[in-house]
Design a protein around this ligand. Structure first.
Ligand SMILES: Cc1ncc(COP(=O)(O)O)c(C=O)c1O
Length: 372
């Protein structure tokens, strides 16, 4: 198998633990072990204390799958397969696609959502947004991207990197389109429940459509990326079975301690996510002030959900060069838009971390010194 390097991950590998100030992370503030264990109920505390470090059930711990299924309407534990989130993308694409298939994928986007399909020998068409309309992805455009061999639409709401969330009507139109043309949907919902306005939370795609696969996990909304726990939920159990057989060639099963900690987290999801969302809302007010003050340097479309936004640089330098200078001169890491296959005029700013106000202030100083 030949696959291009994952540019974003390579970039993080270079800078994440070398740069002092991270301003592009997509995950929320990490929950500590002590905080999480505080939230254990008597059953999960016992599971934790008596845990033997053997192999685990390949589909995921039964109590974990049960707790996960309760996040959804009309999805039961048998319709949930536990996998590392990134692994879920890799396995699902390999289970669904064959060389010569065509897929439609949102661009800009998280690279593996189209790169894995390309490595299989699929053709990829980019579904692109309209920046000036708050990064609106127009569902009526999908018709123009359709081909006789289209098999799959890949979506990701709240969207990495723009923070876009469609209206309920648009989302239902999209599902209707997939149903009419007999297409699978892969719905990456890693930032679900981080919608800024709770009235805009969409149903999971797997709740609305039998041929949809919803990916979710603990890395973003929960602030638990170190557990490496995610899952795919779908009513299509035949394909889930195919994914589980491929998983025998990747991780086989999840880490035993991670699964127990994940049961605690999923059972306490309301509490954990509410805390993350509170921080995000606060950080957004800090960003509002920053963008109002720096209109000569940078311009944003305020995100509707998630922990990231994708502002446009208005300075006389491209994003790639600017980010190199920034990390070199001020130790601040920002991700340029070429890593999302989207020109070189945007950068991704993450606002899920506690230190956002401090790092943003340093970034503001840097802009002032260099461009004013
Ligand atoms: C949209 C999206 N999907 C999937 C993932 C993969 O999650 P993980 O890194 O926890 O495997 C990420 C991580 O950045 C993401 O942004």
């Amino acid at each position: 198998m030949k696959i291009n390097p994952f540019e974003l991950e390579r970039y993080f590998a270079k800078y994440e633990f070398a740069a002092r100030y991270l301003l592009s992370c997509s995950d929320c503030e990490a929950v500590t072990m002590a905080e999480l264990l505080e939230l254990a109920d008597p059953e999960t505390r016992q599971l934790w204390e008596k845990l033997a470090l053997g192999y685990t059930d390949s589909w995921g711990h039964p109590l974990l799958r049960q707790a996960i299924s309760e996040i959804y309407q009309n999805i039961d534990a048998a319709q949930v397969l536990v996998a590392v989130p990134e692994e879920g993308i890799f396995l699902l694409m390999n289970a669904l696609l064959a060389p010569g298939d065509h897929i439609i994928c949102m661009v800009p986007g998280y690279q593996s959502l189209y790169e894995v399909a390309q490595s299989i020998g699929c053709e990829v068409s980019a579904w692109q947004p309209i920046e000036e309309q708050g990064w609106h992805f127009d569902v009526t455009q999908l018709e123009t991207l359709l081909k006789p061999n289209t098999r799959l639409i890949v979506i990701n709401f709240p969207h990495n990197p723009t923070g876009y969330v469609p209206s309920r009507d648009d989302f239902e139109e999209l599902i209707k389109f997939a149903r009419q043309h007999n297409l699978y949907i892969f719905s990456d919902e890693m930032y679900r429940f981080l919608e800024i306005d709770p009235n805009t939370i969409l149903p999971a795609a797997c709740e609305l459509y039998d041929q949809a696969f919803s990916l979710f996990g603990l890395s973003k909304s929960f602030g638990l990326p170190g557990l490496r726990i995610g899952w795919i939920a779908s009513k299509n159990q035949a394909i889930l079975g195919r994914i589980s057989r491929l998983k025998d060639y990747t991780t086989i099963c999840a880490s035993a301690p991670s699964e127990i900690l994940a049961i605690i987290a999923v059972r306490q999801r309301q509490h954990i996510i509410a805390k993350q969302l509170k921080r995000i809302r606060h950080n957004l007010t800090v960003l509002d002030k920053f963008f109002a003050e720096y209109t000569d340097c940078i311009n944003w479309q305020r995100p509707r959900g998630g922990s990231i936004c994708f502002p446009r640089l208005l300075i006389p330098q491209n994003a790639d060069e600017f980010c190199k200078d920034l990390v070199h001169d001020a130790q601040i890491m920002l991700v340029p838009s070429n890593l999302f296959k989207f020109g070189s005029q945007h950068v991704r700013i993450g606002f899920g971390r506690e230190n956002l106000p401090t790092v943003l202030a340093r970034f503001a100083d840097y802009l002032s010194q260099r461009f004013r």
